[in-house]
Design a protein around this ligand. Sequence first.
Ligand SMILES: O=P(O)(O)OC[C@@]1(O)O[C@H](CO)[C@@H](O)[C@@H]1O
Ligand SMILES: [Mn+2]
Length: 436
Amino acid sequence: MEQQQQPVPLSASEPGNFVYDTMKDRVPRILTKCIDVCHKKVYILHKDFGEEGRLDCQSVIGQLSQLRTEIMTNKPLTVLDDKLADCYIWNNRFNEYVSIHKSSPSWFDAPWLYAECFCYRKIMSILSKSKYLQNFDVFSDQKKLALTQSLPAVKNLTEFLNEVSHGNLSDSEMLKLRFQDFLHISLWGNKCDLSLSGGEENSQNNKEPHKNLTVLEPFLLHDSTNRIFAHLQENTSKAVVDIILDNSGFELFTDLVFAEFLLAYKLATQVRFHPKTMPWFVSDVTPNDFRETINFLLHDESDILRNLASKWKQRLEDKSFLLFSEESITYFWTLPDPFCFMKTVSPTLHNILENSKLLIFKGDLNYRKLVSDWNWPHDTSFCKALRGFSPAPLCSLRTLKAPLVVGLTDEDVQSAVKKNCDWMVTGKYAVVQSSM
Ligand SMILES: O=P(O)(O)OC[C@@]1(O)O[C@H](CO)[C@@H](O)[C@@H]1O
Ligand SMILES: [Mn+2]
């Protein structure tokens, strides 16, 4: 029996793979877009705040440019000197790394999860120290555009939800089929991600996301949907479901629609949403994005969208939708830590999740953190890869955009490799995996 290698964290230390290309090309390209966005602010800040405003903006641009150069030339990461609540935790991670490795982490040699997350935390640090850009979301315009360009799909999905709501789902088999539809629509909504696209527009161009879902089935390498449905059908008296969100725009809309379906058909009594506490991986949802999305739909010219958005506004008021926005709870989601550290690092959040009936983790970065971003053998069980993280029954709805995956058989892997050598990193393939 060959001794299985101990899995290790992915890193960009070896050229010629997706992780290396991400740090060498895609992350610098995302930073260039940030710099361009800030350049457009110089004129406005100069007009509104004179020379002081212009200099403040130029200083941010200079620091972002320096960050980009440091990444591209594999310089060491640094400690942070901002006043944000999690600053000490990041500096603890830096010092822990130095004490183990006897040298500072560098952008290509540090674990990829640490380095990539640190890049977005560094952007936040630079903006937080500026006088006039400290609350500026440098990704805001890209996230707004992603939503407006997905409007045709948003409208068609709303019509589908209305049709289903007027249909008869008393039959459990019909309910299961519609559950499958809305879960899969939320899953495939994860393709709309601006980090993988390097910030390039990546909205939902399939205008009828609820049709031809069967066409996508060959790309769904593992599907625990029925197991998840069975779990939600058990004792539905008090059923809190948590959605740990990923991308704003179309994906957020599909998550809201899925949550609406769960509540309308009594598969949940409350849905709690977990956004990121700061702008993250370009398109990840902040509390502001969540509120602005509902507010944007509230003012759409179509009454079906306005009606749905006003229902969701009401749900936020009656708490059947609950949005976590308090930084003392949300900060964990933007740390570099694998989720198996949550109980120690953020016991408050872990306690909250322990009251859940089901935790739904959306997207690739959350998957990476569920499995510690380690290069596990593909046939490692999903539960083993969680390394003991289980505050409640959980599942992951993930389109594959990073070179790691667990819970697959050899034939699953071989058939995907045959079709597309980049099968793990294009977002074309997906898994629905659960701890149950
Ligand atoms: O979490 P998401 O939005 O599904 O994907 C995030 C992502 O685009 O960024 C990282 C690479 O830059 C990978 O985890 C993945 O490709
Ligand atoms: Mn994302």
